[in-house]
Design a protein around this ligand. Structure first.
Ligand SMILES: *[C@@H]1O[C@H](CO)[C@@H](O)[C@H](O)[C@H]1NC(C)=O
Ligand SMILES: *[C@@H]1O[C@H](CO)[C@@H](O)[C@H](O)[C@H]1NC(C)=O
Ligand SMILES: *[C@@H]1O[C@H](CO)[C@@H](O)[C@H](O)[C@H]1NC(C)=O
Length: 519
């Protein structure tokens, strides 16, 4: 559940961060991108030692933006030596769904690099504009690690913005070198890797006298060395060294990979959201001190500019006037908020949080003063009274205002509610889950609409039937507690044939369109 919710935040973040990306149309004469489908996918993949496959859906906006860039890149790369082949699969097409499932496609577009006739599969983590795609794929098709032989090699390889992992060896053989090479194959899609005999060629050079892995990064201590060549230890070292003490979320796209890592970490997440143009310098050093203190203790720290984190505000239900603010979200979804924070309050507030002294922040819209439509409005602050303690049979829709399936359902729910108007034991209600925190110990809301029925005696059932007036009314009648009669003894599985699963799934996929933040 968490992962999916975060993918929504990430999608929004990417949408925001990429508004300036060029959206130039090209007139395609001859398509260089191969179109694959279930009939020829395996055959074509098996014939290639290196092929790139995009899984897309025709309705996905990010896929449409990518298409002309992907085609341009395919055209340039077709004359590379050896040629690099780019392909695409319509993963929305029923007949191709099996391939999408096999390749664990969870959002659109998803791009995979398949090597050795499809035997090795890697996620594409490069940029999404033509030049960037070309550069990234040229590096991917070459050796996993480049040799740095000269100052010229170094000058063309390194830049100031990326993470580089370099193995320094007295000779290119032996167990250390082999372990490094194995690691390079594994991590080549995530980082730039190189090996050299001379540490002095590296930008943050310093001689070393035994096999060393040097990780160069554009933040914090700028470079870190490790001499433990155990493959697992190396991976842990890299994982730890590549997370900044404070992740910065501003409009700079070179921060994308760190924002991505921040969201992926299982830790509690701290968001300090301030106005960078006037408050960054007052907050940053104090925040970083606290973050350094808690590094590796289960909290990750992000500093965001209010100008680019509007959707985080929306997601958490925060208001502009609450900034500068510090919000912590734990893995279980529980949130803690300090609005209008001052720089000197950061350290004591985090300390109180860590000691369990801060009360959770639960978001609710105000309880509506007038609530006389057929479908009643439930907010977080009224859910106890209206749902849990009302003694009624409640049919409750969790919706998002922007969700098309929810809009389609609204008039049907109205009719259902009208048909129960004179039945005071039944309540038809809706809950805007984008503006109110869902009580996650009672309801699991992963997509919209999610519908639950809670009987007067407290039996909670998901509604997964057809979204028609008749089916909903039948369902309520069959499952409500009737004071005079005993409750129905039909088996659960019989009642919850998920006839409408596809509609629900479509809505979930829409939620995830945009995939994740990319390098
Ligand atoms: C794969 O088959 C589809 C039709 O089923 C066709 O449109 C497409 O061009 C084929 N791709 C290749 C690379 O042959
Ligand atoms: C290489 O990696 C293997 C497997 O992780 C490990 O057993 C071995 O000790 C490593 N070699 C060196 C020199 O660290
Ligand atoms: C941030 O501060 C600048 C300068 O004071 C101001 O112009 C801008 O409107 C502020 N941005 C937000 C989102 O409040």
């Amino acid at each position: 559940m968490e992962a999916r919710v975060w993918s929504v935040v990430l999608m929004i973040a990417v949408a925001l961060l990429s508004v300036s990306a060029a959206e130039e149309e090209v007139v395609v004469v001859e398509e260089k991108v191969l179109t694959l489908d279930h009939s020829n996918f395996s055959d074509i993949v098996a014939k290639h030692s290196f092929i790139v496959v995009e899984f897309y859906a025709p309705w996905c906006g990010h896929c449409k933006n990518l298409a002309p860039e992907y085609e341009k890149a395919a055209s340039v790369l077709s004359s590379h030596d050896p040629p690099i082949v780019l392909a695409k699969v319509d993963a929305n097409e029923e007949a191709n769904r099996e391939i999408a499932t096999e390749y664990q496609v969870q959002g659109f577009p998803t791009i995979k690099i398949l090597r050795n006739g499809g035997k090795n599969i890697q996620d594409y983590k490069g940029p999404r504009e033509a030049d960037g795609i070309v550069d990234y794929l040229k590096k991917q098709v070459g050796p996993a690690s480049s040799e740095i032989k000269s100052a010229e090699d170094a000058a063309s390889f390194f830049d100031e913005k990326s993470i580089f992992i370099v193995g320094v060896f007295p000779k290119f053989s032996g167990e250390e070198f082999e372990n490094f090479t194995a690691l390079a194959e594994k991590l080549r899609a995530d980082y730039f890797l190189a090996h050299t005999l001379d540490a002095r060629l590296l930008p943050r050079g310093e001689s070393v006298n035994k096999p060393t892995i040097r990780l160069l990064k554009p933040f914090d201590e700028l470079f870190v060395d490790s001499q433990d060549f155990d493959v697992d230890a190396l991976e842990k070292f890299i994982e730890k060294a590549t997370i900044p003490i404070v992740t910065v979320w501003n409009s700079d796209p070179s921060n994308h990979p760190y924002i991505n890592k921040f969201f992926d970490a299982p830790d509690a997440k701290a968001f300090l959201l301030v106005n960078f143009s006037k408050e960054h310098d007052a907050f940053q050093p104090k925040y970083k001190d606290v973050a350094a203190l808690y590094k590796g203790k289960g909290i990750s720290f992000l500093l965001g500019d209010v100008d680019v984190t509007q959707n985080a505000f929306q997601y958490f239900g925060l208001k502009a006037e609450q900034a500068p603010l510090l919000l912590i979200q734990k893995g279980d979804g529980q949130k803690y908020l300090k609005a209008n924070i001052e720089p000197d309050q950061i350290a004591p507030w985090i300390k109180d949080y860590a000691e369990g002294l801060v009360k959770p922040f639960i978001r609710s819209e105000p309880i509506p003063e007038v609530n006389n439509e057929p479908v009643k409005v439930v907010v977080r602050d009224s859910i106890e009274d209206m749902v849990f303690n009302s003694g009624k049979n409640v049919f409750l829709e969790f919706y998002a205002p922007w969700c098309g399936h929810c809009q389609k359902l609204a008039p049907i729910l109205d009719e259902v509610a009208i048909s129960f108007e004179n039945d005071h034991d039944v309540l038809i209600a809706k809950f805007d889950a984008t503006a109110n925190d869902v009580p996650s110990d009672s309801f699991d809301v992963q997509g919209f609409p999610t519908i639950y029925f809670r009987s007067a005696s407290g039996k909670v059932l998901p509604y997964e039937g057809e979204r028609t007036k008749e089916d909903i009314i039948d369902f309520i009648q069959n499952n409500r507690d009737k004071p005079a009669q005993s409750t129905s003894a039909k088996s659960e599985s019989e009642k919850f044939e998920s006839v409408n699963a596809d509609a629900v799934k479509d809505e979930l996929v829409v939620l995830q369109c945009g995939g994740s933040v990319y390098l």
